[in-house]
Design a protein around this ligand. Structure first.
Ligand code: RB5
Length: 150
């Protein structure tokens, strides 16, 4: 199935988000940009919520969120039911986020590293596939049960 990414950022992630959007488009991946649309100061939870809600509703879609570090975006996105947002810091953790955790949103840092490194982390995420092993599926299912228990 063709990949589709809902993307968002705050002011700190804006430049990197623009570059990563072009990176995804060059790979033929559909993107839907939910803002921010400038470097004006905004609050990252607002954009995390917008992207996370779209990803939760659109089965098989993915999200890309960029703030200063990716940390606040991942915290906020993970509050939305159905979301597994990861904040990988290198290509290995990005690959594992999909293979072991079936992450549906990747959160990156506009201030943590340069756009080239951000692209290679994102590249590892899009190339990886969720693991078929039962143990990984069972653990992800346990994560999803946690939100129902609250
Ligand atoms: C904004 O200054 C910064 O706090 C935000 O982009 C992000 O890094 C939060 O996690």
């Amino acid at each position: 199935m063709a990949m589709k990414f809902y993307i968002g950022s705050d002011h700190a992630g804006y430049d990197t988000k623009e570059k990563l959007q072009r990176y995804l488009q060059r790979k033929g991946i559909e993107t839907v940009d939910l803002g921010a649309h400038s470097k004006e100061r905004v609050d990252y939870p607002d954009f995390a919520q917008k992207v996370a809600k779209k990803v939760a509703k659109d089965k098989g879609s993915f999200g890309l969120l960029v703030c200063g570090t990716g940390i606040g975006m991942s915290m906020a996105a993970n509050k939305v039911k159905g979301i597994r947002a990861a904040n990988p810091f290198d290509s290995y953790t990005a690959k594992k986020a999909r293979e072991h955790n079936d992450a549906n949103i990747i959160c990156l840092g506009g201030r943590s590293y340069d756009a080239r490194r951000a692209s290679s982390i994102l590249g590892a995420f899009i190339s990886a596939k969720p693991g078929k092993e039962k143990r990984h599926k069972a653990r992800v299912a346990k994560i999803m049960k946690l939100e129902k228990k609250q």
